[in-house]
Ligand binder design. Structure first.
Ligand SMILES: [Zn+2]
Length: 295
């Protein structure tokens, strides 16, 4: 035995070798609301791009999921659910999971602890009003996290899906973590809001190639492939066509467990609890380190 030995393969259910989760962060116009909260501009172009999501994109994605008979996890900011009151009930009726994603897509680095707690509770209340049940999961806007947020997620008994400290489910301060992955998020490759964006969106063929490599790696190392797409970004036609091809590849392999984030979290708690549990601390400033101080 050496500390360099690979961990035992993750115990996916029913002899499966890896897992695939289709998740959707239904941001719509909520990040615009947050970014412009101090001074709302009289401008429509970003808003209209983003409102494509609830108007058309989410329906294209729901249609793709129905055609392939996949249940997905939709993380919805409460402001988006409030403005589109049909959304959460329709997603639940179609058999999908709905989870929390902030109220106004508030960024944790710009939110005080008491503000976070207040809007989290307002989000939960809105989900309960619209669906009749408390959601099981939380995904942080922009995937940042503070110790306070984690404590609140734990207090409510949610699983979290915002961090990247492993590539299979694990636990952070006793909160079940269903990890995300920037390499399998559409926004960083496709997001393009206006002419001031200097980087053109990636072509769908390049994206498909990259994600097929991620899928091959996920099979090889028995990890979770957490796909994250956005309503207003990947609800566009050519991206739906690309996702069709990715999903066909996933479904052609019986050894891949296709599950919602909630199902993956529940499986961890029931069958792998304690595996890879961590209690991360934020280190003190390096200026306090004896090597820096010459002690
Ligand atoms: Zn988001």
């Amino acid at each position: 035995m050496s500390m360099l030995d690979l961990p035992a393969p993750y115990p996916w259910p029913d002899g499966k070798k890896s897992a695939f989760c289709f998740s959707i962060d239904v941001d719509a116009h909520s990040p615009w609301m947050w970014n412009n909260r101090n001074d709302v501009p009289e401008l429509l172009s970003h808003l209209e791009q983003r409102r494509y999501g609830p108007r058309i994109g989410i329906r294209r994605i729901a249609d793709l999921l129905a055609r392939h008979d996949i249940k997905a996890s939709f993380f919805v900011p409460a402001a988006v659910a409030e403005e589109n009151p049909w959304m959460l009930p329709a997603l639940v009726e179609a058999g999908h999971e709905v989870g929390l994603h902030g109220y106004f897509h508030e960024l944790v680095s710009q939110t005080r602890d008491d503000e976070f707690t207040r809007v989290l509770e307002a989000s939960i209340a809105l989900f309960e009003r619209q669906t009749g049940q408390k959601p099981a999961g939380f995904r942080s806007p922009a995937w940042e996290m503070t110790p306070h947020m984690l404590a609140e997620v734990k207090r409510h008994g949610f699983y979290d899906s915002s961090l990247m400290g492993s590539d299979t489910p694990y636990a952070v301060h006793d909160v079940t973590e269903v990890p995300v992955n920037w390499a399998t998020d559409d926004a960083i490759f496709f997001k393009f809001l206006d002419g001031s964006d200097t980087r053109a969106p990636l072509g769908t063929n390049q994206m498909l190639d990259a994600w097929k490599e991620e899928l091959a790696a996920s099979r090889r190392f028995s990890t979770l492939f957490m796909l994250t797409v956005h309503d207003w970004i990947s609800g566009r036609g050519s991206r739906i066509a690309m996702l069709d091809r990715l999903v066909e590849d996933v479904l052609s392999d019986d050894s891949i467990w296709v599950a919602t984030a909630g199902e993956i979290a529940a499986h961890y708690r029931d069958h792998a609890a304690g595996r890879d549990a961590v209690s991360p601390e934020i280190p003190a400033s390096l200026y306090d380190h004896p090597a820096w101080k010459g002690e």
